[in-house]
Design a binder for this molecule. Structure first.
Ligand code: NAD
Length: 298
């Protein structure tokens, strides 16, 4: 299948590489010229804009920062739909609002173009190893048609429902990740302030009921060595909590925890750590408590 790929960042670059490695012809597009050059060096072709990509691709995957950029990429002047032929498949794997997908799917449908949402979980490691969890939304037949390509990128592919359903699952999932990360950060700052060795605290809690993905994925890799290179950036997580808050407002659901959780990510942004991994939300807590949750390398 001729694949187009838009958005070659922390996630998109390894995903596009996996598609190339699986033997597909891949044409890429990104506003970052270096990112495009990197993929071209690995065997990809390059398109100047999403419209040019639509002229050559049978399926286009987007892995972009947010919904506004996805909408511009789909319906902008040189966007995908400006040159899309009927029968093209568009797969948005970015984390966006369900409403964004519903809107784009309707525009695409009017042109005979198939559109599905397929946001992911598993981070940069899962993107590199092709083991992402994929949350698919859209017409079941469209999801099935795209499944062989999705199977190169992910290990578990779940069908959530119609267009936007995958996004809705992702919104809930990432709110839970954000809350668990905040709880792990606060808990470990408290533990260290109480005189505990963070390595011992980790060993015990990760084998107990306080364990979480945030704990196991973020403490040893980011917090203990004090290395906050993302990973999953604070800015993106902040956006995802905003998506949860917006979805809740629209559905008239009162979220009490989410605004409090958002304060952790806002504090990290204010301190200048928006581009660091979400584990960096621990730093303002450490400063306040005057401790550091670090473990020396053996
Ligand atoms: P990133 O910022 O590293 O990459 C985004 C890429 O999109 C960059 O290469 C950027 O140049 C490109 N881009 C921006 N605007 C563009 C435009 N108008 N046209 C073409 N390219 C454009 O982000 P990421 O970490 O790769 O995340 C991408 C998406 O995946 C986000 O929606 C994020 O929420 C989601 N996500 C990220 C992770 C993670 O661990 N990083 C995990 C799951 C989901």
């Amino acid at each position: 299948m001729k694949i187009g790929f838009i958005g070659l960042g922390a996630m998109g670059k390894p995903m596009a590489l996996n598609l190339l490695q699986a033997g597909h012809a891949v044409t890429v597009c990104d506003i970052n010229r270096d990112a495009v050059a990197g993929l071209v060096a690995s065997g990809a072709a390059a398109a100047d804009n999403p419209g040019e990509l639509a002229a050559v691709a049978e399926i286009i995957i987007m892995m972009l920062p947010n919904g506004a950029i996805v909408e511009a990429t789909v319906q902008g002047a040189a966007g995908i739909l400006s040159k899309a032929r009927p029968g093209l498949y568009i797969v948005d794997m970015s984390s966006v609002a369900p409403e964004c997908t519903k809107k784009m799917a309707a525009l695409a449908r009017a042109q005979g173009v198939h559109y599905m949402d397929a946001p992911v979980s598993g981070g940069v490691t899962g993107a590199a190893s092709g083991t992402l969890t994929i949350m698919a939304g859209g017409e079941a037949a469209v999801v099935e048609a795209c499944r062989p390509v999705l199977e190169i990128l992910g290990k578990k592919i779940y069908y959530a429902g119609q267009a936007g359903a995958g996004d809705a699952v992702k919104v809930v999932n990432n709110f839970l990740l954000a809350a668990n990360m905040a709880a792990a950060a606060e808990g470990f700052v408290l533990g260290v302030k109480l005189g505990l060795d963070p390595a011992i605290l980790f060993d015990i809690v990760s084998a107990s009921s306080g364990n979480s993905y945030a704990l196991t994925a973020k403490m040893t890799k980011f917090v203990f060595p004090g290395n906050f290179v993302p990973g999953f950036a604070v800015d993106l997580q902040h956006k995802d909590i905003e998506l949860a808050l917006a979805a809740a407002r629209e559905a008239a659901v009162e979220l009490r925890l989410a605004p409090v959780v958002q304060e952790f990510y806002q504090a990290a942004q204010t301190a200048g750590w928006g581009r660091e991994d979400i584990a960096a939300i621990i730093k303002p807590l450490e400063e306040q408590a005057r401790v550091k949750v670090r473990v020396k390398n053996e």
